[in-house]
Write a protein that binds this ligand. Structure first.
Ligand code: PGA
Ligand code: ZN
Length: 416
């Protein structure tokens, strides 16, 4: 069977927020072997690779992706046809060179990532391997600890809660399916608790409940009630937060709970939360360029809690290197569309593990039924994945793919 890319196709499809996104098909020897869809963020970091949008406000509120689709079927296809589909590094390098900008502004990270992922799928199909094994090779897979975002706030909800994500992290279980079951039962338990308090309304962009709360700390209280109400102890299920604080950092201060806080004051609040709650992980506790506060917090509580850089690192090795040098965090969030190719994603993850950083593979708030990140998390042995609440198929699709993979991969180990 030919291993040569014979063509690419691309089209606009819709994401979970009703916005256009890019889908790419990869043909090998005339056969359709790989297809992938690109995710999209809302609390997007300033240093992320550029998502190319048409900007024509009379169509799709300016969010059309016709130009990105054209870049795939014209410029990128022309450059990639004839290349072996299983040389992922060469494919991604050709696109990076073709784009010629540091932030993929020319071709668009959405166009490039769609191609990169479709080729990854096609390479796996060519070798008749499950995607996770094609990614992982001889190292074999590791099932990740799931982080389920069951209470949504920030830019993903219409509530008064500043913290973007309150996640349960079922770390004290022997297998992935058991951990997932526990996390899902906490979701149902939270629903009961919120209903009992008259706070049950709709859900946010990632499927978690989105109540108004008297203060952000009350969200932590509800998480404990959800865990204990489901019959579990906080020894086996912890809490992870994504504060996404860049969103409320203005004029040098963090605006939370109606107060303007310095980085040090906010760090003290996190320290008190770590003392009082089973809080295992804090993502984007500080803004994307506030390196000083990140390092201060690491010195203060970095030995007791996972501090995850999302907007801070944007899955890019240059930013991660800065964080390693300044001891700004001890973990990195991995979002494929922040950097725009699979090869660069894997390079960043290698750099992280070489320096003892944990990796958390992540979805975006705008998602599709694409499940590539489930296989990526297993194949890279990342150890952790966050992909929303167990609600709505754009989130559940990833958990279901992990359940399928768990039939073949039993290794499961908590980083905590
Ligand atoms: P986003 O949110 O996809 O809207 O950026 C996810 C996150 O911040 O981790
Ligand atoms: Zn985040």
């Amino acid at each position: 069977m030919s291993d040569i890319i014979s063509g690419l196709d691309a089209r606009m499809v819709l994401d979970s927020r009703g916005n256009p996104t890019v889908e790419v098909d990869c043909y090998v020897g005339g056969n359709l072997l790989g297809r992938a869809m690109v995710p999209s963020g809302a609390s997007t970091g300033a240093h992320e690779a550029i998502e190319l949008r048409d900007g024509d406000s009379s169509r799709w509120l300016g969010k059309g992706v016709d130009n990105a689709v054209n870049n795939v079927v014209e410029t990128i296809q022309e450059a990639l046809v004839g290349m072996p589909v299983d040389d992922q590094k060469a494919i991604d390098e050709v696109m990076i060179e073709l784009d010629g900008t540091p932030n993929k502004a020319n071709l668009g990270a959405n166009a490039m990532l769609g191609v990169s992922m479709a080729c990854l799928h096609a390479g796996a199909a060519l070798h008749e391997l499950p995607l996770w094994r094609y990614v992982g090779g001889v190292a074999g897979g590791l099932m990740p600890v799931p982080m389920l975002n069951i209470l949504n706030g920030g830019a993903h909800a219409a509530s008064n809660v500043d913290v973007q994500e309150f996640m349960v992290m079922p770390h004290g279980f022997d297998t992935f399916p058991e951990a997932l079951r526990a996390g899902v039962e906490c979701y149902h338990s939270l629903k009961r608790e919120l209903k009992a308090d008259g706070l049950l309304g709709g859900v946010g962009d990632e499927g978690g409940f989105a109540p108004n709360l008297p203060a952000n700390e009350a969200g932590l209280g509800y998480m404990v009630r959800a865990i204990e109400g489901a019959g579990y102890s906080t020894e086996e299920i912890g809490i992870a937060l994504d504060v996404a604080s860049t969103e409320f950092y203005k004029d040098g201060a963090y605006h939370m709970d109606g107060k303007a806080l310095s980085g040090e004051e906010l760090s003290d609040i996190y320290a008190s939360w770590v003392d009082e709650y089973p809080l295992l992980s804090i993502e984007d506790g500080f803004a994307e360029d506030d390196w000083r506060s990140w390092s201060h917090c690491m010195r203060d509580i970095g030995d007791r809690v996972q501090l995850v850089g999302d907007d801070l690192f944007v899955t890019q090795s240059e930013r991660l290197s800065m964080g390693i040098d300044s001891k700004a965090a001890n973990a990195i969030l991995v979002k494929v569309n922040q950097v725009g190719t699979i090869t660069e994603t894997l390079e960043t993850m290698d750099l992280a593990s070489a320096h003892g950083f944990n990796s958390v593979v992540s979805h975006r708030s705008g998602e599709t039924e694409d499940t590539t990140i489930a296989d990526l998390a297993v194949g890279t042995r990342a150890g952790q994945i966050k992909t929303g609440a167990p609600a709505r198929s754009d989130r559940v699709a990833k958990y279901n793919q992990l359940l399928r993979i768990s039939n073949e991969v039993s290794e499961y180990r908590s980083p905590f």
